[in-house]
Design a protein around this ligand. Structure first.
Ligand code: UDP
Length: 492
């Protein structure tokens, strides 16, 4: 066992790859500061996680029998579940409380766990586990929440939207958030389907209305973002929750991709990075558009056809992470003859080499860091946003779900590094419109493109500055992390 002399922290993410991975990234960061981690999750997830074999992280199972809650056997992450069952998993997650209490008590009494000499000093829980603050405090331990996969602005919109359901109080298509007016106007097309139908009595609303107010009971919230560009979103939470809000980001996996694949059943890369690099090396600086809709999303068959048609016409190099369209099994073979224009692959990938098509999953972090990348057509998932901005890459937004609509709004209106192309999977996109947006961002002569690139570079520098940790200068994210650790030291 290495390190850990500073104390022992319990991490407890929700059971979904999009939650577990950011918690693992945080765990890595915290262990570098000399803390030990007990990482709690349900049995199947823990079995997969144990493969990561990190010396200062102890993975601990919390019992959970999905069949007792009307879920299929082994339904322990929402990644492989259809929407209604994923929602069910969320709904039944508070049933973990008694076992969580039992485990935490045993950790405090030093009866279980790997770190037998060290009682936990803090629990860092998922934002879906608001209930865990009370249990943690009963045992005299600090409790914080980690928002690893969502930004401050996006989460503020999400929080306010679920608690106020503003679209339910107007007949208009546009509305504002009563307690977050500085976010400006929203359009109903910026709401995920679950929010559109929410009326306060549906299961999702019931869960959110119970869970979100519980955040106030926590001792603070850690955000995977940067203070300097998230003033509005972070201020919202400071105002609403009256507890410390620490912007400690960006916290991302840079190299440790084996952690990702070990936590996911279907994330075999469609290409190795050296092959990608060879292709990218042959392209001019900032000349390649990277297209990827995140870890789970795909577009509809007609949208895919329009996008391909646009790529055929527009004279831009591209890497496209492609998956079967909506309605087809994402793991099925990709039928290019059915879903793409005739000869698309031959024209773009094989003969002219203008495009590189990657099936299912690409080494995104490495691709975005390559200097040939000049733009990112993205679903605006928060990790993708951070990975893009770290490299000063402007975005073309095509949000698909949840906070992604709000992230796109933030990128376009608040920080000016993005143009929005479409919303969701039913949006009627035309290839002409796609061409226009791609040219706007990728054309080195376009004024708008220059502005976006300039802004993206500013944010790249801002992130660098926020994470500077020199003897004579500490960036805002480093200072926020130090403040959090100082609070822990007081508790010891
Ligand atoms: N990702 C990747 N390769 C892919 C697709 C996604 O490595 O082909 C990674 C990406 O780098 C990011 C994460 O998966 O870290 C996606 O998270 P994000 O928050 O951007 O989107 P979401 O999964 O919520 O759609």
């Amino acid at each position: 066992m290495e390190g850990g002399e500073k104390g022992h922290i319990v991490l407890f993410p929700f059971m979904a790859q999009g939650h577990i991975i950011p918690f693992l990234a945080l765990a890595s960061k915290i262990t570098q500061k000399g803390y030990q981690i007990t990482f709690i999750n349900t049995p199947l997830n823990i079995k997969k996680l144990k493969k990561t074999n990190h010396p200062s992280i102890h993975f601990l199972e919390i019992p959970f029998d999905s069949t007792q809650h009307g879920l299929p056997q082994d339904a322990e992450t929402n990644d492989s579940l259809p929407y209604n069952l994923a929602l069910k998993l969320l709904e039944v997650s508070p049933s973990l409380e008694p076992n969580f209490k039992k485990i935490l008590t045993q950790l405090v009494e030093l009866k279980i766990g790997f770190f037998k000499k060290s009682q936990p000093i803090c629990v860092i829980s998922d934002l879906f586990f608001g209930w865990s603050a009370k249990v943690t405090h009963e045992l005299g331990i600090l409790h914080t929440i980690y928002c690893g996969a969502v930004g401050g602005f996006g989460l503020a919109c999400y929080y306010s939207m679920w608690l106020n359901l503003p679209h339910r109080h107007t007949d208009k298509l546009e509305f504002i958030l009563p307690d977050f007016q500085e976010a400006g106007k929203f359009h109903v097309t910026q709401l995920s389907p679950s929010l559109v139908i929410a009326d306060g009595n549906d299961p999702y609303s019931v869960f959110q209305m119970k869970n979100l107010p519980l955040w106030k009971n926590s001792d603070g919230v850690l955000f995977n973002t940067i203070e300097e560009f998230e003033k509005n979103g972070l201020m919202y939470f400071r105002r609403k929750l009256c507890i410390p809000i620490w912007a400690i980001g960006p916290i991302l996996f840079q190299e440790n991709d084996n952690v990702r694949s070990s936590t996911s059943p279907r994330k075999e890369p469609g290409i190795q990075f050296d092959k990608c690099k060879e292709w990218l090396d042959s392209k001019e600086k900032s000349s390649v558009l990277y297209i990827c809709f995140g870890s789970q999303n795909t577009i509809s068959a007609s949208q895919m056809m329009q996008l391909a048609k646009a790529l055929d016409v527009v004279e831009v190099n591209f890497i496209w992470v492609i998956r079967p369209p909506l309605g087809f099994d994402v793991n099925a073979d990709f039928k290019s003859e059915e879903w793409l224009p005739e000869g698309f692959i031959e024209r773009n990938q094989e003969s002219e080499q203008r495009g590189l098509i990657v099936l299912n999953w690409a080494p995104q972090v490495e691709i975005l860091a390559h200097e040939s990348i000049g733009g990112f057509l993205s679903n605006c998932g928060w990790n993708s946003v951070l990975e893009s901005l770290i490299n000063g890459v402007p975005l073309i937004g095509w949000p698909m779900a949840a906070d992604q609509f709000f992230n796109a709004k933030f990128l376009v209106e608040e920080i000016g590094v993005c143009v929005e192309m479409a919303r969701g999977t039913t949006f009627d996109v035309s290839y002409l419109d796609i061409i226009e947006k791609i040219e706007l961002v990728m054309d080195s002569e376009s004024e708008k493109g220059k502005r976006l690139r300039g802004k993206a570079c500013e944010f790249k520098e801002m992130i660098k500055d926020a994470t500077r940790d020199d003897d004579d200068y500490k960036g805002s994210s480093i200072r926020a992390m130090d403040e959090f650790f100082n609070l822990l030291m007081k508790e010891r």
